[in-house]
Design a protein around this ligand. Structure first.
Ligand SMILES: NC(=O)c1ccc[n+]([C@@H]2O[C@H](COP(=O)([O-])OP(=O)(O)OC[C@H]3O[C@@H](n4cnc5c(N)ncnc54)[C@H](OP(=O)(O)O)[C@@H]3O)[C@@H](O)[C@H]2O)c1
Length: 309
């Protein structure tokens, strides 16, 4: 089967020893995810054959790191690759794929993935029209820098979709990277990605809101983070141990309406953004506490009233 041939190619070197050559990989988009994938796959002995990016500095940085060709013209690195990861920002994936297809950079049997959580594989249609197998390979993880040290993706889930063979190869890559995989079909990708944004991006916003409030009390950002971190990790531990809604504690969970009313009065003095965030997450939290059965229906009604004022 072609797929097995691609994945691990047995060959004999000049000394007559059998070795296994892994697939040739090109990265298009030398940013946070492209750099991380390059590092993780290279550490698994995949052959990086080239990297392309929008500008020279980012492609050169990654290319020089692995001693591989780097360019600002994606087509140049795609031709010799067996697996291509398009890791540009979401908004550029379509144009980049069209551009590569127009310059005949894709060919039959190649595997072409994007790493976007929300987009379907429709955006890779020009590659498919050239005979490539297309798939989504979205790491359910957050990458804040282009760091390639400590690039392990162990434990990360990858959301897969696409052609059967592309999903199959995606599963093998995810497993080899020490991760796991989820099948997320086209019609579910937007919701899947919205949930990921809530848990990762909105957590950052929640912490930012809390540090702003502490700053108003004269506590520096770094001290605020240090003070809040044990609370954040304690909460995460409770989620792991008890799940939701049982990890929920605090005044909403206890039905302490007077405490919540005090919070709202204090936050009105601090800032509208902070107040609105408290109210909107408080409304969700009230329904969660009802699910936990830790407050009565009348306490919930009172809470919803004060939070909606
Ligand atoms: N960051 C995360 O936490 C994360 C997590 C999961 C999935 N993703 C997905 O991974 C993909 C990449 O995200 P990212 O965070 O790695 O973005 P990023 O750090 O902004 O990197 C994007 C890279 O693409 C390059 N690029 C932009 N336009 C291009 C073009 N027309 N042709 C070639 N290269 C181009 C940029 O080049 P220059 O450096 O030269 O400008 C940059 O190096 C996105 O689909 C995103 O949804 C991101």
């Amino acid at each position: 089967m072609f797929f097995c041939f691609l994945y691990q190619l047995k060959a004999v070197n000049t000394e007559g020893e059998i070795y296994i050559a892994k697939a040739k990989i090109a990265i298009v988009g030398a940013g946070k995810v492209g750099s991380r994938l390059a590092a993780a796959l290279q550490s698994l002995d995949y052959q990086l054959v080239g990297v392309a990016s929008r500008t020279e500095p980012s492609s050169a940085l990654l290319g020089r790191k692995y001693g591989i060709p780097w360019t600002t013209k994606p087509v140049e690195v795609c031709k010799q690759a067996e697996i291509i990861f398009i890791t540009t920002p979401d908004r550029s994936i379509g144009d980049v794929v069209k551009q590569i297809a127009k310059a005949q950079g894709f060919k039959a049997g190649q595997y072409v993935y994007h790493a976007c959580g929300a987009l379907t594989t429709n955006v890779l249609e020009p590659a498919k029209n050239c005979g490539a197998l297309t798939g989504s390979f979205h790491p359910l993880q957050t990458f804040a820098t282009n760091e390639t040290e400590n690039a392990s993706l162990t434990g990360t889930f990858f959301a897969l979709d696409g052609d059967k063979q592309a999903v199959e190869l995606g599963r093998k890559l995810a497993t080899e990277l020490g991760g796991q995989w989820l099948l997320v079909p086209a019609q579910q990708r937007a919701v899947y990605h919205a949930a990921a944004c809530i848990v990762s991006n909105y957590l950052v916003s929640l912490v930012d809101c809390a540090t702003h409030l502490y700053k108003q009390m004269g506590i520096s950002d770094s001290n605020a983070i240090s003070a809040l971190l044990p609370l954040i990790t304690g909460t995460l531990n409770n989620i792991v141990q008890f799940g939701t809604p049982h990890a929920l504690t605090g005044p909403v969970s206890r039905g302490d309406v007077s405490t919540v009313t005090n919070h709202l009065a204090a936050l009105e003095q601090c800032g509208e953004r902070e107040l609105q965030l408290y109210k909107s997450v408080g409304l969700y939290t009230t329904t969660l506490a009802l699910e936990k059965k830790s407050l009565t229906a009348s306490q919930a009604k009172e809470l919803l009233e004060v939070l909606q004022k």
